[in-house]
Ligand binder design. Structure first.
Ligand code: ATP
Length: 248
């Protein structure tokens, strides 16, 4: 049986400052239980797409001016980011965004702020996060601002997990990290997908690694989807190889 569609983005247009058209009709969907990659170079519109989904464009003076965004069949364009978190949609922003003056553990606990299921369940999830990210447990008492870039990326993902999400929008998790650490983080994303049933939409410039760890991919260029398909097919596609994987 086909997996259900969790998220449906239909032909959205995004304009910044009332004049700058950045997304020119983007459509994509995220299957329940899958990892979907949104690929493309710098400035293609990946971050804008994720922010449109999680309704974070307002503070950037951006606006969805056309199209629709459905989550489990419901329009979500008017929901606040915290309403979305309660529904199970959470974004991990590019550049990590941990609270630098809080410890790793305090950062993780801030992710549980919308929950009403009590401290025992939250403690169990903290243990679950430490199970996936043993480095975070080692650093639980350290101020996040003094931890490494990789640890801060892990902390941001861990904090998102603390809200018990159905779907995580993950923006450029490889950014600024050494290749070995990128592999480690993608490996954990895959385990979270398989074992915790979390679906992912991940934006990446690193096409190679993203296609190895995802099920389906979309390629964005100048605000338009130019190609999409199962990840294994995209990896074998000659155009993808030439333009995005650096081989021909
Ligand atoms: P990156 O990997 O650099 O984040 P991206 O694919 O995520 O790239 P976006 O950040 O979505 O791309 O940017 C898409 C385009 O929108 C770029 O041309 C960028 O300059 C423009 N843009 C982004 N934010 C704003 C803003 N607040 N106001 C005006 N233009 C913006």
């Amino acid at each position: 049986t086909e997996a259900a569609t969790l998220l449906d983005v239909n032909n959205i247009e995004v304009i910044y400052n009332h004049v700058i058209l950045v997304l020119k009709g983007v459509s994509l969907s995220v299957r329940e239980g899958g990892i979907t990659a949104l690929l493309g170079g710098n400035g293609a519109g990946k971050t804008t797409t994720l922010k449109a989904i999680s309704n974070l464009l307002q503070s950037e003076r951006g606006e969805v001016t056309k199209g629709s965004i459905l989550y489990k069949g419901d329009r979500i364009q008017d929901l606040s980011p915290s309403d979305l978190v309660e529904r199970g949609v959470v974004q991990v922003m590019e550049g990590r965004h941990c609270f630098e003056h809080l410890t790793i553990e305090e950062n993780l606990l801030t992710g549980a702020y919308t929950r009403r299921d009590g401290s025992a369940a939250i403690k169990a999830d903290l243990d679950m996060v430490y199970g996936y990210f043993p480095r975070l447990e080692e650093r639980r008492g350290s101020q996040a601002g003094y931890t490494s870039g990789g640890e801060q990326q892990m902390c941001a993902i861990g904090r998102a997990l603390m809200s018990r999400p159905k779907m995580i929008l993950l923006d450029e998790p490889s950014m600024g990290l050494a290749p070995q650490l990128v592999e480690e983080i993608f490996g954990i994303v895959k385990s979270l997908n398989e074992e915790q049933g979390v679906s992912f939409l991940l934006a990446e410039q690193n096409t190679n690694v993203a296609l190895r760890f995802s099920h389906y991919g979309y390629i964005l260029e100048s605000g338009r989807i130019v190609m999409d398909g199962p990840a294994a097919e995209l990896r074998e596609n000659p155009d993808v190889k030439e333009f995005y994987l650096g081989m021909s």
